[in-house]
Ligand binder design. Structure first.
Ligand code: NIG
Length: 403
């Protein structure tokens, strides 16, 4: 079964050539993109959809969320808006509520959050554990996450639970807890920050997880200048996320990690993606991550929602893109790229086509997965031009229209 989508005013492909086609069309066949180009040259298909002069772009790839949780932290948010600053300690409130919630309810909560994200154009999504913090509950979170998300990250090293010795807990996270989550996860992460895990503890966790065959990423430099970025680059992590407070040399180290990568062909050795989380920065009243400076230095960046109950209770990638344009000084094309191709790069899912087992996500090209969104607007520029407006008109995931 093939479907022609025609009368597309703007088709922002985010492919390797950065093509933006006007008066375009595309054909999807099963889960894949079969053709795209000028509407006047479109081949016939079994079915047709008239885009009515709207814009089409890749679905959002949200490479950083924490969706498996229960409970509410409105009071903490209110206190923050009244002048208190964010601290990692709030995580414990969510851990307590999450542990007390049944598997059924926790799954329902996570699924509802995924549905919210999809309804706003997200077509590929990572989520993390990190609100279990003991062997039983981390394994349960990983199992539930694996039923609702495309990619699952083990974040047992999110916070040292009250009453635990930090080094003993790190041993647990590197040993029995890792063994218990291993069947459900592809990635591992650590919150390398004052008040969470020291650089030494973080290194231990990341090395153990890497030895167990997991890809690694780091929560780093969120609350202050720290070792997160340097550790991520040294260990060749797929991404370092937050990156608000960078020491001299951090941006250069990130840029250097991409020296073996050819962006024009999308081949070579991937470096460490710097993932900016602007919704979190606003919700914690932190300085925005320096997305402009990172891009200018040659760093590959991603934008992600960081949806979680503490620092960023939104899965709106459009909001992140809008903020990146209006506040971080990215162009619309750069911001959309970071929220699509950039997220895919951070998850090592930017490549793959008809010849591969897995199809690329995060960009529109023949053979890639047909993951895209149509805006109720003639161009992606409207995402920034009309902040906060409900512009998601239609969403396809693996060729299936899901909205
Ligand atoms: O990415 N920084 C650590 N983890 C989350 C916040 C978790 C929470 O406060 O519940 C984040 O911002």
């Amino acid at each position: 079964m093939s479907t022609l989508i025609t009368n597309i005013a703007e088709l922002m492909t985010q492919d390797l050539e950065h093509r933006v086609l006007k008066n375009a069309a595309m054909v999807i066949e099963g889960e894949r993109i079969a053709w795209l180009g000028a509407a006047s040259a479109a081949p016939p298909a079994d079915d047709a959809v008239d885009a009515g002069g709207r814009a089409v772009l890749p679905g959002w790839v949200d490479s950083h969320t924490h969706l498996v949780f229960a409970g509410d932290r409105t009071a903490e948010f209110e206190a923050r808006m009244a002048g208190e600053s964010y601290s990692a300690g709030g995580i414990a409130v969510t851990v307590d509520a999450t542990r007390r919630t049944s598997d059924y309810d926790l799954t329902k909560l996570a699924l509802a959050r995924v549905a919210e994200a999809v309804s706003q154009g997200t077509t590929y999504l990572e989520t993390k554990t990190g609100y279990g913090l003991d062997v039983e509950h981390e394994a349960r979170s990983a199992r539930i996450a694996s039923t609702v998300a495309d990619e699952v990250t083990y974040l047992g090293a999110h916070l040292v639970p009250a009453g635990s010795d930090a080094d003993a807990y790190t041993d647990l996270a590197c040993g029995p807890m890792l063994d218990a989550v291993r069947p459900y996860v592809r990635w591992a992460d650590v919150f390398c920050e004052e008040g969470a895990f020291t650089p030494e503890q973080s290194r231990r966790v990341l090395e153990a997880c890497r030895a167990a065959g997991l890809g690694i990423r780091v929560h780093g430099n969120q609350l202050g200048v720290g070792a997160g970025v340097r550790l991520a680059v040294e260990l060749a992590a797929a991404s370092v996320d937050h990156v608000n407070f960078l020491a001299p040399g951090d941006i250069a180290a990130l840029a250097d990690s991409w020296s073996g990568w050819d962006p024009a062909s999308g081949t070579g050795t991937r470096g460490t993606v710097a993932t900016c989380l602007p919704a979190c920065d606003l919700s914690t009243r932190q300085p925005l991550a320096p997305g402009r400076g990172l891009l200018d230095a040659g760093v590959q960046i991603a934008l992600a929602s960081n949806a979680n109950p503490g620092t960023s209770y939104t899965s709106s990638m459009a909001f992140c893109v809008t903020t990146a344009v209006l506040q971080m000084r990215l162009s619309v094309h750069e911001a959309v790229r970071a929220a699509t191709y950039g997220g895919a790069l951070a998850l090592h899912r930017e490549t793959g086509n008809d010849a591969d087992g897995e199809r690329a996500v995060g960009s529109l090209a023949v053979g890639h997965r047909a993951d895209m969104q149509m805006l109720n607007a003639p161009s992606a520029t409207h995402l920034a031009y009309r902040p906060g407006m409900p512009l998601t008109y239609a969403v396809w995931r693996a060729g299936v229209r899901v909205r």
